[in-house]
Write a protein that binds this ligand. Structure first.
Ligand SMILES: *Cc1c(COP(=O)(O)O)cnc(C)c1O
Length: 226
């Protein structure tokens, strides 16, 4: 099933749009099956799960961090991941910068936008984005490569569209500033129920979980800290 799902999604994706397989709660063997079917990027929400999966899959895929990054996990995260999609504060950026400096790595990151301005969710509020990007762009061991957003969860994916539109607008505004050390190349938006709409609104990274691996089994502890 995983193989057919991946093939179907990859066949339908427009050129230039990259698929991230959102792998939270999945077993390393399931993730490996997705990679063998053509997935090139694995997205992990938890550092500990990523370590387990990495032992099986290693460099057969690129690794994107897509969860909430705790400060005490940064040291491990910068060793394993090729991109951190969820940078949403100057504080966490400085920790990433410091840990990368220690291992001589430049970390590509996306700035996470809280496009729904939801108090309980992570991400930078739209109106704060420019200031946060400017501050983080001074970190020598970080390279800002674009923006990521989740947006509020809706039953009807069409309701997500305005949040994707707004994030794309911020993306273009920041791109026009031509800031040093900022290369606005990636816009990561859309999940299983909304990625087609996200692509229409300019996403070039989509993060898909359930449509690849099937429904998540919540009993396996999706929301447990790693
Ligand atoms: C779980 C998750 C996804 C994928 O969700 P699905 O609805 O299973 O496709 C995408 N992005 C992030 C940040 C996630 O945590």
């Amino acid at each position: 099933m995983i193989k057919q799902n991946v093939c179907q999604i990859l066949n339908e994706l427009p050129n230039g749009v990259e698929l991230v397989a959102a792998a939270k709660t999945r077993q390393p063997e399931e993730i490996l099956a997705a990679v063998e079917a053509g997935v090139k990027i694995v997205g992990e929400n938890y550092v500990q799960e990523a370590v387990r999966a990495y032992e099986v899959i290693g460099n057969k895929a690129k690794w994107h961090f897509i969860g909430y990054l705790q400060r005490n996990k940064v040291k491990k995260a910068v060793r394993l991941f090729d991109m951190i999609e969820t940078v949403d504060s100057v504080e966490i950026a400085k920790e990433i910068d410091k840990r990368c400096a220690q291992i001589g790595k430049i970390m590509p990151v996306l700035i996470e936008i809280n496009s729904g301005r939801e108090k309980q969710k992570s991400g930078v509020f739209p109106e704060k984005t420019e200031q946060v990007v400017k501050e983080i762009s001074t970190c020598p061991n970080i390279r800002i490569m674009g923006l990521m957003t989740m947006g509020p969860r809706f039953g009807n994916p069409e309701d997500s569209r305005p949040y994707f539109v707004e994030t794309k607008k911020i993306f273009e505004t920041i791109k026009k500033l031509n800031l040093p050390n900022v290369e606005m190349r990636y816009l990561s938006m859309g999940m299983t129920n909304s990625y087609k709409i996200a692509i229409q609104e300019g996403a070039n990274i989509v993060r898909v979980g359930s449509k690849i691996f099937g429904e998540r089994d919540y009993a396996k502890g999706q929301d447990e800290p790693s």
